[in-house]
Design a protein around this ligand. Sequence first.
Ligand code: ADP
Ligand code: MG
Length: 280
Amino acid sequence: MTPDLMEAGARTMAAHQSLAKGGLAGEEAYFGQGVALYVDGITVSFDGFRALNNLSLTIDVGELRCIIGPNGAGKTTMMDCITGKTRPDSGKVYFGSNIDLLRLTEPQIAQIGVGRKFQKPTVYEQLSVFENLELALRADRRVRASLFSRLSGEQLDRIAEVLLLIHLKDDAQRTAGLLSHGQKQWLEIGMLLMQDPKLLLLDEPVAGMTDEETERTAELFLSLEGKHSLVVVEHDMKFVDQLTEGCKKVTVLHEGSVLAEGLLADVQANEKVVEVYLGR
Ligand code: ADP
Ligand code: MG
């Protein structure tokens, strides 16, 4: 084995171990009422400043919900509360009708099916696109595969399916570090998809993307709708318009609460929304 290969192996192993941390025995969300996420009256204070102020919202199973609002409205803090990064001072957060997310750790929340995409892509730059997806698959605790065992036909099919979805089929053997910014974002989404999350949280996913990449990302999200619930925080109104297809609900956050909720055309015409966010 060359030093290069050994180093790559050690890196893969370390990444695998960091991804696989945490564990949760036999917990599964129940989506009986068609509700994927239930946030009820959460408040988060930082040194007396209320980043979230009695925020409530419900996301249905299979729904694609866009969240908009000015900088500092609390959008990222809301995602931090759902994923266990921040504990609210009060309120409830339920996944399905039975899982109280406020009593789980960050890795446990990821493991039961809540995937989160941060603004900055965090792929393993030295590994190929395929290896990144493979790593994400092996980090899934439901998959009984050790790091060096061969992938099953089913697992290879799943990787091929995700490569197609994220428009990277022809780049499977490319080193991830050489991808464009937009492609890295897609790869990270692909890595999340390998774990088949029920709920996907995406914080400003098209920031820094070209117009064409943005449009393709909207197509990708629309193809995930129904199979997954998606919460997308975004400022790009053209992108939000493409995602909502004129018929989906949008939520406007302001000063830590819901300012308005409804069709994009309606919230865009809402005086309060124009005043605090969209401008005149
Ligand atoms: P958004 O994502 O909508 O732009 P954030 O959730 O990032 O807003 O921030 C909401 C408010 O909370 C902002 O005023 C921000 O400065 C503040 N905030 C966020 N995180 C922290 C923190 N860890 N400590 C102090 N203030 C914070
Ligand atoms: Mg933010």
